[in-house]
Ligand binder design. Structure first.
Ligand SMILES: NC(=O)c1ccc[n+]([C@@H]2O[C@H](COP(=O)([O-])OP(=O)(O)OC[C@H]3O[C@@H](n4cnc5c(N)ncnc54)[C@H](O)[C@@H]3O)[C@@H](O)[C@H]2O)c1
Length: 351
């Protein structure tokens, strides 16, 4: 795999995510997209052509056709979520390095199988959760770590995707337990989208208690208007002296002080400190950082920015919230492999 020519990439699933990934590959000299795969031939061919690829071997309708190619080093996998684990496992087994989109898999069992194959075959498994790489959540993490907030009081997340859970894990670490309820248990897509509105409580290390409200409603009312922009995802982290509310992108963030206006100078100073952190980090386009880092990890045998283990953590929290809502019981982490929800996060869910 130490060839001097750029690493060969095949993109599986030629939808919206493939379009996003394709924006950034031309900026990576050490990688070249060789082909696109989609069950729908026209989508695979159109995506290939849009990226300057024509002719035989530039698009396929079956990922297995690309597995056998010795010039393919990397499978960048982003089909409809339930199809992802099988494709990732087959590619890893074939000795390809694999980058998967979120959600990593549909169950913890699948996550562990993917991680196990990557280890056994000596290849790299990377995960896309690009939103945690944006400047604002990284600044928020620095604020939490700085001690400027005083005693940490609580956290709150409003959001609709697994990115929300990943961002909380990024800031606070692996959760200890969770509890949850949902408004109606009518199931649609597992893991990627919760069935309806889920209200959860997650206990993170150091006594951090976080309430989570997440899901999709048929009537999807924007949860908040924030800094003149509309967002469906919002985080609030509250300490004794300082709170911060933020969305992932476009520098949507604000430092808050006490309701009685005490400490105003300290609030201003903290806002200035916050705004000065990580000046070189972009506030959007986490893929732009993540993709070259993955390519570099493959080239140099290093660690990608996010690994399969990182992807697994978000699936574990999701599984815990599902289980807690389904059983009306607190769920302690880690979820064990003999737990019925380990293999099927929808186990025992009524209706
Ligand atoms: N990180 C992000 O912000 C982000 C953004 C968009 C999508 N995604 C993720 O990317 C994945 C794809 O999302 P999308 O919006 O591109 O969906 P999409 O529906 O636009 O595209 C998915 C494509 O995969 C194809 N497909 C399904 N099964 C396949 C298989 N077995 N082999 C080959 N192709 C297959 C479908 O025909 C479809 O064209 C999802 O997991 C989604 O969560 C992540």
């Amino acid at each position: 795999m130490a060839r001097d020519i750029p690493l060969g990439v095949v993109i599986v699933g030629a939808g919206r995510a493939a379009e996003i990934h394709s924006w950034w590959y031309p900026e990576i000299p050490d990688a070249r997209v060789l082909a696109y795969v989609d069950l729908v031939e026209e989508k695979a061919r159109a995506r290939a052509e849009a990226n300057g690829l024509t002719g035989p071997g530039t698009y396929y309708t079956d990922y297995r056709q690309a597995l056998a190619r010795p010039d393919v080093d990397i499978f960048d996998v982003m089909p409809t979520p339930p199809a992802q684990p099988e494709i990732a496992m087959a590619a890893l087994e074939a000795g390809k390095h694999v980058l998967v989109e979120k959600p990593m898999a549909q169950s913890l069992a699948q996550c562990d199988k993917m991680i196990e194959i990557a280890r056994r075959r000596g290849v790299i498994l990377g995960q896309v959760h690009q939103n945690r790489l944006h400047r604002t959540p990284r600044r928020a993490k620095l604020l939490v770590q700085s001690g400027r907030m005083g005693q940490f009081v609580r956290a709150r997340a409003l959001g609709s995707t697994i990115h929300t859970l990943d961002t909380l894990i990024f800031i606070f670490g692996r959760p200890e337990w969770c509890a949850a309820d949902w408004s109606y248990p009518q199931l649609q897509e597992p893991v990627n989208r919760p069935p309806a509105w889920l209200n959860g409580v997650v206990r993170f290390p150091n006594g951090v208690s976080c309430s989570i409200e997440m899901g999709y409603d048929a009537v999807c009312v924007p949860q908040i208007y924030f800094n003149a922009g509309r967002t469906f995802v919002l985080f609030e982290l509250i300490g004794e002296r300082i709170g911060v509310s933020f969305a992932w992108v476009h520098n949507q963030s604000r430092i808050w002080g006490r309701w009685d206006g005490a400490d105003e100078a300290y609030v201003r100073e903290t806002q200035e400190w916050f705004d000065a952190q990580l000046p070189d980090v972009a506030d959007t386009n986490g893929h732009r950082v993540l993709l070259p880092a993955f390519i570099a990890a493959v080239r140099n045998g290093g660690r990608p920015l996010l690994t399969g283990e990182d992807g697994r953590q978000a699936i574990e929290l999701f599984t815990g919230l599902y289980k807690a809502a389904a059983t009306s019981q607190r769920v302690d982490f880690p979820i064990r492999s003999d737990d019925p929800f380990y293999s099927n996060p929808l186990a025992m869910i009524p209706g």
